[in-house]
Design a protein around this ligand. Structure first.
Ligand code: CA
Ligand code: CA
Length: 210
């Protein structure tokens, strides 16, 4: 066998091997799918995408909620700080219309109530207006409190020496009645209205104002 014949034989053999290999390789890189199968795949992809969108939305919602909560807390802190800066009242005192009020919880007679207020650099409350009366009524519901009004020489006199007509007070109905002729000091009733009561009565609590 000459050299040319040998090369032809090798060539023939290589072509045969190549043909065998190529028969095993699919003619295309994409598998042939039926239309139904393709539809299921597309639906699956859409559902996966939809699920992903839900998860992302939920995460964004949670992050947004937490961010909003944090922002709200910050705003509240700033407002509280500004409120504290504006307030002229010390801790435990309440502010209304440029006055500070202290509502003591212990009970005592009118004289001791006034001394109590003086010890904390104030005096028993003077009700100067209907707005102040409404504020006190709103705060004091359900508790008896002394206020800084007493009968001196048959005249209703505030602790600062000013006087008021009996008709201009915020009295409870049928008060002041001066029961027993000994009711010379004034207290707020359960509903915050005024009642004259014995100054020695120890069942009332002081409201101090400064
Ligand atoms: Ca006042
Ligand atoms: Ca009375």
């Amino acid at each position: 066998m000459n050299i040319i014949a040998l090369k032809d034989a090798e060539t023939q053999e290589m072509e045969t091997v190549y043909s065998n290999i190529m028969e095993k390789v699919p003619s295309s890189g994409r598998k042939k799918c039926s239309p139904t199968k393709l539809l299921f795949i597309q639906i699956g992809q859409i559902m996966a995408l939809f699920l992903l969108l839900i998860i992302v939305s939920a995460l964004l919602f949670i992050m947004d909620s937490r961010t909003s909560e944090r922002m709200n807390n910050i705003v509240q802190s700033i407002l509280q700080a500004r409120q504290n800066e504006k307030s002229c009242c010390d801790t435990y005192w309440k502010e209304f219309d440029k006055s500070c009020y202290y509502f003591e919880v212990s009970q005592m007679n009118w004289i001791d109530a006034r001394l109590f207020c003086k010890r904390i650099n104030s005096d028993l409350v003077i009700v100067n207006s209907e707005e102040e009366q409404q504020y006190l009524q709103h705060i004091t519901g359900g508790v008896f409190y002394w206020i800084g009004l007493q009968r001196l020489n048959n005249t209703w006199t505030w602790v600062d020496g000013s006087i008021i007509k009996e008709s201009s007070g915020f009295w409870r109905e049928n008060e002041p009645n001066n029961k027993g002729g000994k009711e010379n000091c004034v207290a707020l009733t359960f509903k915050g209205e005024w009642n004259d009561a014995p100054c020695v009565n120890r069942e009332y609590q002081p409201i101090c104002e400064i």
